[in-house]
Design a protein around this ligand. Structure first.
Ligand SMILES: [Zn+2]
Length: 186
């Protein structure tokens, strides 16, 4: 054990590389970790000298290093997870104006707004809607029998409103509750 830790290759190459990597990562992600990283560096330099240290110093150093690496890894994972949750690349369905909508977000914009029954996910087309003289229209899902209504006569008009509303939710963060709305509407 002690010969390994004092071997010239360990002292000359492995320690400096390892220490540089750990302290670089630590200082980059968490500035407050920099002092701790410097402490570890000092400790390792100390260990690398020919001074014979009690074994417990090594164990404390090992625990501190593992702890520091674990902490940095956790912070990194936490930051990445936060980033991921703010990029709604998969926001392509929501409940809008009483219907479930699906669409695609492409490089050219938001496309193919299609309406579905909120209960059974049956696709609703123009023919399913009965325009009302008083305004709006009603429908009865031909798959599960669920009735519903729209404020517009034509599904294309509601699709335009749905697109605008989906984009508004995308900007304001309301998209995050889309899955909850989909579950509640069933
Ligand atoms: Zn249905």
């Amino acid at each position: 054990m002690s010969t390994f830790w004092k071997h010239p290759a360990t002292v000359g190459i492995a320690y400096p590389l390892f220490v540089a990597a750990v302290s670089a990562i630590a200082s980059f992600y968490i500035p407050s970790l920099a002092p701790m990283a410097r402490m570890i560096v000092t400790l390792i330099h100390f260990l690398a000298t020919d001074v014979t240290l009690p074994r417990w110093v090594f164990w404390i150093w090992l625990v501190a290093t593992v702890g520091a690496i674990g902490f940095v890894a956790y912070m990194w994972w936490d930051v990445k997870r936060d980033e991921a949750s703010t990029i709604p690349t998969r926001y392509e369905s929501d409940i809008l104006f009483g219907l479930r909508w699906r669409w695609r977000i492409t490089a050219f914009g938001w496309d193919d707004f299609t309406a579905f029954c909120p209960s059974c996910d049956n696709q609703l087309t123009m023919n399913d809607f009965q325009p009302l003289i008083t305004g709006g229209s009603t429908y009865v899902c031909d798959s599960c029998g669920r009735p519903g209504r729209m404020d517009e006569h034509f599904i294309q008009e509601t699709a335009k409103r749905a697109e605008k509303e989906a984009q508004r939710r995308y900007r304001t963060g309301g998209w995050k509750d889309a899955q909850k709305r989909i579950e509640q509407a069933k």
